[in-house]
Write a protein of this length. Structure first.
Length: 434
């Protein structure tokens, strides 16, 4: 496939156990087709089936020679939405993708222009489809048509995430004059450039403190959005203490919308392949008897996955000289530990720290504890690391910008800290799920 591929889903309710078939959705006008890279791509779902939280759709499209081809894709359903992916092959920045036209899917959003190789957006599904197809539904295998794209691609064996926190410092356009406007600091620009070289990935996890100093709407617009905002469509955030310097972190929640979970709450969960992923709020409602703790217990009990990862902003354990440990997070950490969570990603300290698998008291518990990873290297000015490794701390590095690349499998994970331009430090490790 040599040009743009864009999948708009058109779906409707069906009885349990049924398989939906539609040769050409009658409600899709030609205006829903995508024109790009010199060819029409009339991607229309001719077969689709939902299995749990996954949606499998088969599309027909026209290639450059106007020959009919077929393509099968699998999408995750999240809160009644499906994430779509457009791929523009060739050199990054080679032209630009035509603005996506309005889909015939009810409530579909208009997507922005994409100038690089991969663009992702979410499109709401009709809720009737999401909720009226209980159980497992499998579409019959499409007939073979000689296309090089397999109609039944092999099941995925790994998923890739990128993560860091503490992202965008803001600087006045005219020194000392806030009225002159602001621009992002060099660190956020460096890590954004690094992320572009690592795409495509499944998700980017943003570990809080995303726009300094106070997470205001102006700071998000001037400093975060021009850098990491390029990856907003596939970012999952957690709020930080600087985000809460604006009352109630209102600009944070306004910027992220549904991607930040229910409004004003700041915690939610979702799935990546076989992994259950939990985003938590270290800045509000952190007591043992609070609403977040009750939700977390229920969520982990309802998702007894073999592999579970959590991420939040302030680290429970840190050797950073400016920030240090956060004993007030002990109740939430104990819930994660009791549920057998495997990995905890954190920011706040502007350093990189890899810890052993730690118990609730910070003691190393190989095969039982939670792997703690502090990745406050997203672009904000560095803070000093400890003068030596603390008990249970396996490595630390200050004065570095970069992101942590995490490859997930059905039974474990591999870690690779990748530095941005100008830094040379790197780190690698791996682990097995409990």
């Amino acid at each position: 496939m040599s040009a743009l591929a864009l999948a708009w889903l058109t779906v409707a309710a069906a009885p349990a156990g049924a398989v939906e078939r539609r040769s050409r959705p009658p409600a899709c006008p030609r205006s829903a087709y995508q024109v790009g890279a010199g060819a029409f791509y009339a991607l229309q779902p001719v077969r689709y089936a939902r299995r749990g939280r996954m949606l499998k759709a088969r599309f027909s499209f026209l290639d450059r020679a106007r020959e009919t081809k077929h393509l099968t894709r699998v999408y995750r359903v999240r809160h009644g939405e499906v994430r779509i992916t457009a791929v523009r092959e060739g050199r990054p920045g080679d032209g630009k993708v035509t603005t996506y036209r309005q889909s015939c899917a009810p409530g579909a959003q208009r997507a922005a222009k994409a100038k690089r190789g991969v663009f992702r957006d979410t499109v709401p599904l009709p809720l009737a489809f999401v909720w009226k197809l209980p159980g497992n539904h499998r579409a019959p295998a499409p007939p073979s048509d000689g296309d090089s794209t397999s109609p039944n691609p092999p099941a995925r064996s790994s998923w890739t995430l990128l993560t860091a926190g503490d992202v965008a410092d803001c600087f006045n356009n005219v020194h000392g004059d806030p009225s002159s406007g602001q621009h992002p600091g060099p660190g956020a620009i460096l890590t954004a450039d690094l992320i572009r070289t690592l795409l495509p990935v499944d998700d980017l996890l943003a570990l809080g403190d995303l726009a300094y100093e106070s997470g205001s709407a102006a700071e998000f617009a001037a400093c975060y959005d021009p850098t990491w905002g390029a990856f907003k469509a596939f970012t999952h955030p957690a709020p930080g203490n600087h985000d809460y310097r604006s009352p109630g972190a209102a600009p944070y929640f306004a910027y992220w919308g549904a991607q930040a979970g229910p409004p004003g709450r700041g915690y939610y969960s979702y799935e990546v392949g076989p992994w259950h992923i939990v985003s938590l709020n270290t800045e509000d409602d952190i007591g043992a008897n609070g609403g977040q703790a009750a939700w977390l217990r229920a969520d982990l009990a309802a998702h007894p996955a073999v592999c579970t990862m959590a991420f939040w902003h302030r680290p429970r354990f840190s050797n950073d000289l400016l920030h240090g440990n956060a004993p007030d997070l002990a109740p939430l950490y104990a819930i994660l530990y009791d549920a057998g969570v495997d990995v905890l990603l954190e920011g706040h300290a502007h350093v990189y720290e890899r810890w052993a698998e730690l118990g609730p008291n910070g003691d190393a518990q190989p095969g039982r504890g939670i792997r703690n990873l502090v990745v406050g290297t997203g672009g904000a000015a560095s803070t000093p690391p400890g003068t030596s490794l603390a008990p249970g701390e396996e490595t630390q590095q200050g004065n570095v910008f970069g992101v942590l690349q995490i490859r997930l499998t059905a039974t474990g994970y591999t870690l690779h800290f990748i530095p941005a331009a100008g830094s040379s430090y790197s780190d690698a490790s791996s682990g097995t799920c409990h």
